[in-house]
Design a binder for this molecule. Sequence first.
Ligand code: ZN
Length: 271
Amino acid sequence: MQALAERLDVAFGSRTLVSFDLKQFSSLKTVEPNPLGLRGRRLDRVGRRGKYLLFEFGDTRLVVHLSQGGRIDLESPAKATKPKGSVARLVFEPNDGLLIKEYGTERKAAVWILAQDEEGPLEKLGPEPFSQEFEKLVMSSDDRRRIHTLLRDQRFVAGIGRGFSDDVLHDARLSPFDSLASLGDARRRQLVASIRSVLDEATTRERDRTGGLPAKMGDRFLIHNRHGAPCPRCGDPLHRISYESHEVTYCATCQTGGRVLADRRMSRLLK
Ligand SMILES: [Zn+2]
């Protein structure tokens, strides 16, 4: 998301918005301010907070959450079509388009328009992974939830998500079932370092990549969704734990001392 925000900032920063065309009314989560009020205003910059893209138009912010299936297409010149899954199109002068669209049906892309001092969906977000505040939290918290759950909780830390959680735990050689409360200082420090290096590397890969925005999910991760493939560190096959809505991928050799963790789906089949 960081790399995407940077690209959009380069493409559209300091340009004036010609039109905001909402294609899917249910995607707009705010009533006031009216999005039509953004027309004719200059986009100061495109930033990011957690997994949200922030388009800053002076004191008004347009916030976009792409969710799982969301994509952004850049159009030069801007089109007037309405492709399947279209959410909204922004057109900047002289005539370049930014089309927000989605492929998923379950998790929808969403848009907010926030007046000055309004935080909307950003209000509940935890600290950014690169902040001092986050480091202090990891070093001091006695949270007993599994770290995998914790890292996906946007109120604990903003913008990591399940795919990066798998990669982070693998990098830090932690079991998906470990909790923060069970870790000493050295392993907590390792966890912070792994979070930062995994996110750094992913941002670098995204910056170097060309083509559609953003990358297909599968290409972004080293471990996540790659069960059965060889572990990039030790070469043993990666394992997974299946849940209703997602799965956790890990290397038993590197992360759990060789122990294979209970897979609920497997145990159900064996009953
Ligand atoms: Zn391994």
